[in-house]
Design a protein around this ligand. Structure first.
Ligand code: ADP
Ligand code: MG
Length: 716
């Protein structure tokens, strides 16, 4: 049996620690703590900061305050059992206060004459004297372990479970740390810690000196000397955790480039000019940059894996067309997949227009095709007769075979769900992938979930875009709003009305009565405020040809108003539509609202969006709608959404395959994440297997934590 008094190491079981024992060690197990290592790497979730001491003259009734002083008088005022009262006077240069404890006679033994204390609590004025009842007391005359002058300390706050007290954990970590820290192995060599600190400072983190070595850092993360040391220690562990993750992702990016084979599809001046001639406008700066990135990716012999994010209307399709033309110019096929049939057809039309009178042969594959039409498309795809195939998820069917697929473009990828990789394979080589999304991914998610993907961003909008005004409706606004809509229609514009459900009978929750239904709305509007105008109805349950015909009529201006569910959400391009009414808006997420709004900012006229809610809203729903009204920047909205919902929603889906973070907070520590990513990439570029002698420990940590999950193989 282990001798508790002998040597305590990281591996020592908690039950063998003095003062713990078997019973209490079981409670620790509920927190996942079995060994000394578990305990010391359980990082505090927060800290209790000592309030800066005030002076007696500045005390205010009921406002929490701390005072430092000397006990100048102490006595038990009443000894009545069950009603004993102990009182003492704490005095300093600025005055004296009384402290009182009821039924705690033991206080008389601690709070004795002449002791130095700091008290914290809520002062009350009793006559002319300030009183603190049951204040928190810190003794300042007990020298610190290291013999430094006494001072109030920052205290760790640990996650707790039944039967484990804050005081237990504080005592254990305080006692265990000094002997243990000396035995720890450093994972990050000096050079790495200095480099990291330098970069973190550039990123705006106010570190003094290098990141602390493991012994100091572990001591300071639990029992910091001051806030600066705490910042240093926390930065070190956050950086280390994120660095380990980013090293793993960088190793994986590298591995993908060596394991997979794609056809090189290079561009040239002539090809480029021929493609660009197809557009009737000049590309935006961002489009040019992205196209250069895409061209550079596609000429390599491993697959491009690029995510193109750009707010609605930023012109992502141009980039897609460019990439597809590049594939065709290199005698390969390209496929473009969209989440809805409406959008797939729209892309098909756009491609046909853009490539009219060229030799590029374009096909369309979606669910509503007739059997013979479908057979024909499949056959021509397999024989290589079709160069560009546009379609919906129908493209994923087993019966779709390409003769020579070189590129796969996925539009509105957020509609397909995070992490979904599309498997379209053709003849042994892997196609290049271009994935497009109008829902910008928060930076931290892009650097983690999509950590092995290259990122391009279109921030700049094509010139001549109207602005969009967003209004949150107020009581009694309906009449005024419909009057405004009518006025816009009279000026020749068109309008969308969006509602969340198809019909009032559909139930998927317990409060369906309030749900605005497109069918009711359609009836109300076409018989009421918009009776003068041509109003159409569109929803997902209509037969496809009917949907097509309605969309067509709206696009051509035959319909002035389109009452619709969110089928119109993705990608629909009708520049003359400038007014949108969103009903039941509390049911939509921020990203979805923003997508909808994107439908009315596509022409040169200013867009107007009015948001109506039905029924009472929760404070979160309210908050969301306010943010939506305030900001029109998709990136800002995505970050706000991420902050409001927390990373759990996006990262917690477990599709990421990434383990949870122990100390880093992906919503807060984005700067550190960016620094870790940059350093990790440089390290892997320089030393792909982390073979340097002083990186052995770090390499081991990467493999233990991520090796299996990211299929990094056995790199040892
Ligand atoms: P999204 O990024 O939302 O998919 P689209 O690619 O549908 O945006 O582009 C929106 C509209 O802007 C289209 O009508 C497209 O023709 C037009 N457009 C794209 N790029 C430019 C540009 N550089 N200059 C002018 N118009 C452009
Ligand atoms: Mg689009």
């Amino acid at each position: 049996m282990e001798n508790a008094a002998a040597e305590i190491t990281l591996a020592t079981k908690l039950q063998f620690l003095p003062g713990v024992g078997l019973d209490r060690s079981k409670r620790f197990q509920k927190l996942g703590l079995r060994t000394v290592r578990d305990l010391l790497f359980l990082f505090p979730r927060d800290y209790e900061l000592p309030a800066p001491p005030a002076s007696v003259t500045k005390l205010r009734e009921g406002v929490p305050a701390s005072l430092v002083g000397t006990i100048t008088d102490a006595e038990i005022v009443s000894r009545t059992p069950g009603r004993s009262v102990f009182g003492a006077i704490v005095e300093n240069d600025t005055g004296a206060v009384r402290i009182l404890f009821f039924n705690q006679p033991f206080r008389a033994d601690q709070l004795t004459f002449d002791r130095q204390v700091m008290i914290s609590g809520e002062p009350k004025l009793n006559g002319l004297r300030w009183e603190f009842v049951h204040p928190k007391v810190t003794f300042l005359d007990e020298a610190d372990n290291d013999g430094s002058p006494p001072r109030p300390r920052i205290l760790p706050i640990y996650p707790l479970t039944d039967g484990v007290k804050q005081a237990d954990l504080r005592r254990l970590t305080r006692d265990l740390l000094p002997p243990i820290v000396a035995t720890l192995t450093e994972v990050m060599p000096d050079r790495l810690r200095s480099l990291a600190a330098e970069s973190l400072r550039v990123a705006g983190i106010k570190l003094a000196g290098a990141l602390p070595p493991i012994d100091t850092a572990l001591q300071q993360i639990h029992h910091p000397d001051d806030e600066q040391s705490l910042l240093g220690a926390r930065s070190r562990f956050v950086f280390q955790e994120l660095l380990v993750m980013q090293l793993a992702l960088a190793m994986r990016r590298r591995k993908l480039t060596t394991d997979l084979q794609a056809p090189p599809l290079p561009s040239s001046g002539i090809v480029e000019a021929r493609i660009l001639k197809r557009f009737s406008f000049d590309l935006t700066g961002d489009q040019k940059v992205t196209i250069a990135e895409v061209a550079a990716d596609m000429q390599r012999q491993f697959p491009m894996n690029r995510l193109l994010q750009g707010d609605v209307g930023s012109g992502k399709t141009v980039v897609a067309i460019y990439a597809m033309m590049l594939a065709v110019a290199n005698e390969h096929q390209a496929v473009l997949m969209a989440p809805t049939e409406v959008l797939a057809r729209q892309h098909y039309q756009t491609l046909r227009q853009t490539l009219a009178d060229s030799r590029v042969r374009i096909g369309l594959l979606c669910g509503s095709l007739g059997a013979s039409e479908r057979r024909d498309v499949l056959q021509r795809t397999a024989s290589g007769e079709i160069d560009l195939l546009v379609g919906t998820q129908a493209l994923l069917s087993d019966s779709v075979n390409f003769a020579k697929l070189g590129l796969c473009v996925i539009d509105e990828q957020h509609k397909f769900g995070v992490g979904q990789r599309v498997a379209l394979r053709s003849g042994g080589v892997d196609p290049h992938y271009l994935v497009m999304s109008a829902t910008p991914i928060p930076r931290s998610v892009a650097m983690t979930l999509f950590g092995d993907v290259e990122l391009s961003t279109l921030k700049e909008k094509p010139p001549g875009r109207g602005t969009v005004n967003t209004y949150l409706s107020h009581d009694g606004w309906r009449d005024r709003w419909w009057a405004f809509v009518s006025q816009q229609l009279d000026e020749g514009r068109q309008a969308f009305v969006v509602a969340p459900r198809v019909d009032a009978g559909e139930t998927d929750s317990d409060d369906t009565e309030d749900i605005a239904s497109v069918e009711t709305i359609f009836a109300e509007l076409s018989n009421g405020p918009l009776a003068k105008y041509k109003v159409g109805l569109l929803h997902g349950r209509m037969p496809n040809d009917e949907k097509q015909s309605i969309m067509q009529q709206f696009a051509s201006g035959d319909l002035q108003v389109l009452v619709s569910t969110t089928v119109i959400e993705v990608g629909i391009d009708v520049p003359n539509a400038t007014v949108m009414t969103i009903l039941g808006a509390q049911r939509f997420g921020l990203a979805q609202l923003h997508q909808l709004r994107g439908r009315v900012s596509r022409g040169t006229h200013a867009g107007h969006v009015c948001v109506f809610t039905d029924g009472p809203q929760s404070p979160e729903e309210n908050e969301r709608l306010k943010v939506f009204e305030k900001t029109n920047d998709g990136f800002e909205l995505a970050e706000a959404d991420f902050r409001m919902r927390g990373p759990g929603d996006m990262l917690g889906r477990k599709q990421s395959g990434l383990p949870p973070m122990r100390i880093a907070d992906l919503t807060e520590d984005v700067q550190v994440l960016a620094v870790a990513r940059e350093i990790a990439q440089a390290m892997i570029d320089d030393d792909p297997e982390l073979a340097a002698e002083d990186l052995t420990e770090l390499h081991g940590q990467v493999m233990r934590r991520y090796g299996k999950r990211l299929e990094l193989g056995d790199a040892s």
